[in-house]
Design a binder for this molecule. Structure first.
Ligand code: ADP
Ligand code: MG
Length: 358
């Protein structure tokens, strides 16, 4: 395994002596990976990037880039490209002048500059638009100029803080694949910030989930989705049902739990699950099997319920089922597996495999 290109070692940041924006962050980022910091607003993502870029000093801990402590290294000596959501282009400068800016700051000779600017504009598919003013470009083109400006001096690491937040959905999805393709082609390390879990899942090699300044889980998209370590991650990534349970016991990597209404089930225990305590059983809507049934011929593994709502979504149907004690669960079926029997009022049985319940 290669040495991390970036290391956060017990890094904390407190603003004004009160707001603990980042708490005890330990995070190793590997060269060439696309790593996303994901979390709700105020969870410390921007602060983490700002400390790495050198715009905010950590209150405690150390940040290393390629093994070097960054404590006394100013931003322009950190070899990082940055793209921010509102990192405005200079409106009075042409596109080419905007992209050339980091090169002039670094004292790159004029002749070389022109060639590198042309290469960077070509990289983001803006060839021939160098003479325009930013105002004469669409939102997506402006964001590509910002990208070209971050890439033009060929930094090893590029930081992006919600770079697509201002774009409409279709353009955002196009830019997501363009940014990912650029990352793959250039072999750079990208540290990307978003609050959009779908964006994080599609773009990233690994995702670091933040809440209240803490790193809660660091994993690949499939592991985060299928094996969330705690209730926050299970709730924040994708859709999940949460059924109230009592934990009866733990044995052989499984937890035995009791649902309201008395039914006992098995589930995979999360990080902080203890016997004798209340908890939540999380089960994804697409992992629940559902069949129309009469209560008297229910199999012992299935739970009886009644459909309260059916919503047609084009590619799938979402069925809300009321279980015992008014607990409800959402079931998602691909449209090809949906039947007319899944109508409101129908008596149904729902079931799932224990390894999908957490
Ligand atoms: P995110 O990018 O995840 O939305 P931030 O890192 O911007 O989160 O903010 C984390 C916390 O730090 C929030 O409570 C925010 O209000 C606070 N904060 C951020 N920047 C400053 C600042 N310059 N001064 C004081 N508090 C700040
Ligand atoms: Mg932010």
């Amino acid at each position: 395994m290669s040495e991390p290109i970036v290391r956060f070692r017990s890094v904390s940041k407190t603003y004004d002596g009160v707001t603990e924006a980042v708490r005890g962050l330990d995070l190793d980022i590997l060269p060439g990976e696309f790593l996303t910091l994901l979390g709700p607003s105020g969870s410390g993502k921007t602060t983490t990037l700002m400390m790495l870029a050198g715009f905010e000093p950590p209150s405690a801990g150390r940040i290393l880039i390629e093994g070097r402590d960054m404590a006394s290294v100013p931003p322009h000596r950190r070899d990082l490209g940055v793209v921010f959501q509102h990192f405005a282009l200079f409106p009075h400068m042409s596109v080419a002048e905007n992209v050339a800016f980091p090169l002039s700051v670094r004292g790159v000779p004029r002749a070389l500059r022109a060639r590198q600017v042309a290469e960077a504009l070509s990289m983001v598919r803006l060839d021939g638009l160098g003479a325009r003013r930013p105002a004469a470009l669409s939102g997506g083109q402006q964001q590509r100029v910002a990208l070209a400006r971050a890439l033009v001096f060929r930094p090893a690491i590029v930081l992006m803080d919600e770079p697509l937040g201002a774009l409409d959905r279709q353009l955002r999805e196009e830019m997501q694949s363009e940014i990912r393709a650029l990352h793959d082609r250039l072999g750079i390390t990208v540290i990307y910030v978003t609050h959009d879990q779908a964006e994080a899942l599609t773009m990233s090699d690994r995702i670091a989930v933040f809440d209240h300044g803490r790193l809660l889980q660091l994993a690949t998209p499939p592991v985060l989705y299928e094996e969330p370590g705690n209730a926050f991650v299970a709730r924040f990534i994708g859709e999940n049902n949460f059924l109230p349970v009592e934990v009866l016991g733990l044995a052989e990597g499984m937890a035995r739990v009791r649902l309201q209404g008395g039914r006992e089930l098995e589930a995979i225990p999360g990080e902080s699950v203890r016997a004798g305590q209340p908890g939540w059983l999380a089960i994804r809507p697409e992992r629940i099997a559902i069949a129309p049934v009469r209560a008297e011929d229910l199999s012992p593994a299935a739970l009886p319920g009644r459909i309260s709502e059916t919503v047609y979504l084009g590619d799938s149907v979402r069925v809300r089922v009321t279980l015992a004690d008014n607990v409800s669960a959402v079931v998602k079926r691909p449209i090809a597996a949906a039947t007319a029997a899944l109508a409101p009022g129908a008596e149904v049985a729902v079931a799932w495999e224990p390894e999908h319940a957490r």
